[in-house]
Each structure stands twice: as structure tokens, then as C-alpha cells.
Design a protein around this ligand. Structure first.
Ligand SMILES: [Zn+2]
Length: 463
């Protein structure tokens, strides 16, 4: 049995049901679980003792929306100042150059970036399967996640509505519904684990109303519900999408997905910005969840989600960094901060507190991913723990509330220790990966993709 003892923390936010916080004491990890936690001093032998004086201890953060492959297309000049639809159509031309290797390297890069900001569990939404690849792209992501030790809940994304059928994506990036279903079943048989402590769990995720047929939306929901799987999609991100749905389907986005069987407790939606009062109420009644992505929403000028109203209505809310072509950081602490900050642009009655946004990034994330084994520091939960030293310049003067200081201040350095499933994956700010070599390969692939796209399309992406 392996045993890790965290001693004498400056502050612990347990995120348990009673939201307990304490100073001093211990957290004991045996194998993959927390077996003791409290304010008393525990003096027993351990394989490793972490002196957490000067550190804030949180449950590992949970990211519920991402497109990891987009680390390859950060801040491309042509798309820097575009809103969703033109941003998408230009990016598709670069993304259609994705290969298995590109998916593998970008997943490793993006997941490592998340881990460095304290993330122990991430979802991903990969929906683009260029026809020139083997199609086994989720496999490449899972392999990368396993290599760096993060808990991973990839979604089998999908697009079936190409340009020739009235959708936005190029035809050679979409698949038939038969292909999507066959690959979904293959992945479930090979990787899906629905037991407590699972390191890999698969969910299903048609991309969005403008890239998927209604038939696929409906069959995906039926299949997910019949098999006890979580399901995910983009919803109500922009007013363009609202117009598209009303013109194409005669319904606002929320009503459209509701009619196709999507309002239920297995579903979580990215963005959910443009919802009216009735739609928020409907989400609460049906126990659907959302992934709030404030940075992406600001970057693309999409709008401000009505998070406080959703929380008050009882909607389950989590946080997502969204893809790094629209963020362009994959940093959960930054996302937590932006979630609080963007709420302050609204009427004071809608402001979120530091504790509320931390809750969204831990318990909120666990809830929408359909898990109760992570997201809190309690006996019997998985040992997913982030330790942040606050003995740094940016926190100077903030020690009247060290936990809130992580939200209010901007951290420029890595998490100090990151423990996932009882294993230390980041120690004294360093991962186990050769980051320099990873970066070199990553940037070579990104450069090649852009060059190929430029040659094939004649579009100048650098202008
Ligand atoms: Zn997204």
C-alpha cells in the first residue's frame, strides 16, 4: 500500500456538503483514496510527507469543456478578431489537416497545461474526424491522457451535416451516422469504465445544431440514456445560432434540443448563454447541466451567461476552458477568476463570489460529469488534490483569506503539487514530461498544418 501524508496546510477548502474549511491538521492518502482528513495532527509513517505550510489545498479542479486539438491553432492572425461563425469556417480549413499524431501531441500539451493550473479531471470534445485519418482519434487522446496520468472523460464527438447539406463544416471532416455509431460502440467496449475511481470514461457529444442532423441528435440521446452515458453538446452560444435554429428548425436552440430528447440529468451543455427565463426553468426542472466558459465567451464576443439565475433556479453549473483557439489559455485558475469577474459586469445581484466559482470548478464539474467520487476532499473520495503555495509575490498582502487569494490574484506559476488518483503527477511545480521536446514537436505540427491549409485554400491566415 502506498501512503502520502499532507501535513499542516495553511488552508484547506474541502468542498464537502457543509463546505468545511480548516487550517493545520492533515490529509492522508492511501493508495488511490483519501482515508483521513482533519484538523488534528497525524503522526504515522508514510512513503511521502508533503509539508503544506504556506499552501492552499483544494480538490483537483474539473474542466468540463475543451477541444484539446485547438492548442495547435492558438491566436491565428486571421481569426483573432472574428466571431463564432466566421471564426469556425476559417478554422475548419486548418483543422481538416489534423492527423493522429497531431491529436496525440495536442492532447498531451493541453492536458498538461490544465494540470499545471491544478486540474485533475478533464473532459474533451473532439468532433472532427478528417476522412484522411484512421478515425481512431479518441484512442490517441486517451493514450496521451494515460501517459500523463490525468483523469479523463473524453466525449465521442460527431459532425454529420457537411457544407453540401446546409451545415458549416467541410464535407471531408464529417462522418455518416453509421460510422459515428460504430466507432462509439467500439470505444465504449474498449475504454469505458463506469465504476468509482474510473480514470477513463466515455461520453457522447454531437457538435452543435449547425453541424449535426436532428436525427443524429435524437439517436445519440436515446443511445446515451439507454446505456447510462453522459451526453454533451454546444448550446445557445451566439445569437447567430439562435437565428440559424429558428430558420432551419423553427425553434430556439433550447427548444430544438428539448424536442430531440436532450433535456435530462445525463446532459450537459457548453455555454448556454442565450437562454430566457422559461428555458432556465426548464433546465432546472429536467436537471440538465451546463459548462460555463467565460473566457471563450468574451474572446468571441458571444455574450454573458446568466449563471446566477441558473444557480438560483437549481441548474447544475460547472466550468470549462473551451478550446484554445477561443480562450487561448487552458488554465482553470484563470477560468475560475474570469467566471467571477465576468459576473461583475452585470447587476450586483448577479455577482458570483470566490467560493461560488470554486464550487463550480470542483463539485459543479463532478456533478455534470455524472460523478460523486471526485470534486471534494472527504474520506472515501478519490485522492485528486491540488496544492498551491501562496508564498509568492502575487499573493502578498492577501493572507486575510488565502483561499480567496487563489481566485482574486493572477497566478503566474504552476501548481506546486498535483495528486491524481493517489499519485503525485506534479512535484514542486514540475511534471514528469520532457516539456521542451513536447513543445518542439507541437509547434512543428502546428506550423505544418497552417502551411498546408494555406497552400490548399489560398487563404492568407497570417494577415
Ligand atoms: Zn466548445
Amino acid at each position: 500500500m502506498s501512503r502520502i501524508l499532507i501535513q499542516n496546510p495553511l488552508a484547506v477548502a474541502t468542498m464537502n456538503d457543509s463546505k468545511d474549511e480548516f487550517t493545520g491538521g492533515h490529509i492522508l492518502i492511501e493508495n488511490d483514496k483519501i482515508t483521513s482528513i482533519g484538523q488534528d495532527v497525524l503522526d504515522i509513517p508514510a512513503d511521502e510527507v508533503i509539508d503544506a505550510s504556506g499552501m492552499v489545498v483544494l480538490p483537483g479542479l474539473i474542466n468540463t469543456h475543451h477541444h484539446l486539438y485547438q492548442t495547435l491553432t492558438r491566436n491565428i492572425p486571421l481569426m483573432q478578431n472574428q466571431s463564432l461563425f466566421s471564426w469556425l469556417t476559417n478554422h475548419y480549413e486548418v483543422w481538416r489537416e489534423l492527423t493522429e499524431e497531431a491529436v496525440s501531441i495536442s492532447a498531451k500539451t493541453g492536458l498538461l497545461e490544465l494540470m499545471k493550473s491544478g486540474t485533475t479531471t478533464s473532459s474533451d470534445h473532439l468532433y472532427l474526424f478528417p476522412n484522411h485519418t484512421s478515425g481512431e482519434l479518441i484512442d490517441a487522446e486517451i493514450k496521451s491522457a494515460r501517459e500523463i496520468g490525468i483523469r479523463f472523460q473524453p466525449t465521442r464527438g460527431s459532425m454529420s451535416l457537411g457544407k453540401s447539406k446546409g451545415g458549416l463544416p467541410p464535407d471531408d471532416t464529417v462522418q455518416t451516422e453509421g460510422e459515428i455509431q460504430a466507432d462509439t460502440e467500439r470505444l465504449l467496449a474498449k475504454y469505458h469504465n463506469d465504476s468509482d475511481g474510473a480514470m477513463v470514461r466515455i461520453s457522447l457529444a454531437p457538435c452543435s445544431p449547425f453541424s449535426v442532423t436532428p436525427e443524429l441528435m435524437k439517436s445519440t440521446a436515446e443511445f446515451a440514456l439507454a446505456n447510462g452515458l453522459q451526453m454533451h453538446t454546444h448550446l445557445a452560444e451566439t445569437l447567430d445560432e439562435e437565428t440559424f435554429c429558428i430558420e432551419q428548425f423553427g425553434a430556439r436552440p433550447a427548444k430544438y434540443v428539448d424536442d430531440l430528447g436532450w433535456m435530462n440529468s445525463n446532459a450537459w451543455f457548453a455555454h448556454a448563454i442565450h437562454l430566457n427565463d422559461d428555458e432556465i426553468q426548464r433546465m432546472a426542472e429536467t436537471d440538465a447541466g451546463i459548462s460555463h466558459c467565460p473566457t471563450s465567451n468574451m474572446r468571441l464576443g458571444s455574450g454573458i451567461a446568466r449563471i446566477k439565475e441558473m444557480m438560483d433556479a437549481g441548474v447544475r453549473v460547472s466550468l470549462g476552458v473551451d478550446g484554445t483557439a477561443s480562450n487561448d489559455a487552458g488554465n482553470m485558475l484563470m477560468e475560475i477568476r474570469n467566471a467571477m469577474m465576468i459576473s461583475r459586469l452585470r447587476d450586483e445581484s448577479f455577482w458570483l463570489t470566490a467560493r461560488e466559482v470554486l464550487w463550480l470548478a470542483t463539485r459543479g464539474g463532478a456533478s455534470v460529469l455524472g460523478r460523486n467520487d471526485i470534486g471534494e476532499l472527504s474520506i472515501g473520495k478519490q485522492a485528486d488534490i491540488a496544492l498551491f503555495s501562496v508564498e509568492q509575490l502575487e499573493y502578498a498582502g492577501g493572507m486575510s483569506d488565502p483561499i480567496a487569494s487563489l481566485v482574486f490574484s493572477v497566478r503566474t506559476t504552476s501548481v506546486d503539487y498535483l495528486i491524481i488518483n493517489g499519485e503525485i503527477q506534479i512535484r514542486k511545480g514540475c511534471s514528469k514530461i520532457d516539456e521542451k521536446a513536447l513543445l518542439k514537436t507541437h509547434n512543428d505540427i502546428a506550423g505544418e498544418m497552417l502551411q498546408k491549409a494555406q497552400q490548399k485554400t489560398g487563404i492568407n491566415f497570417l494577415e
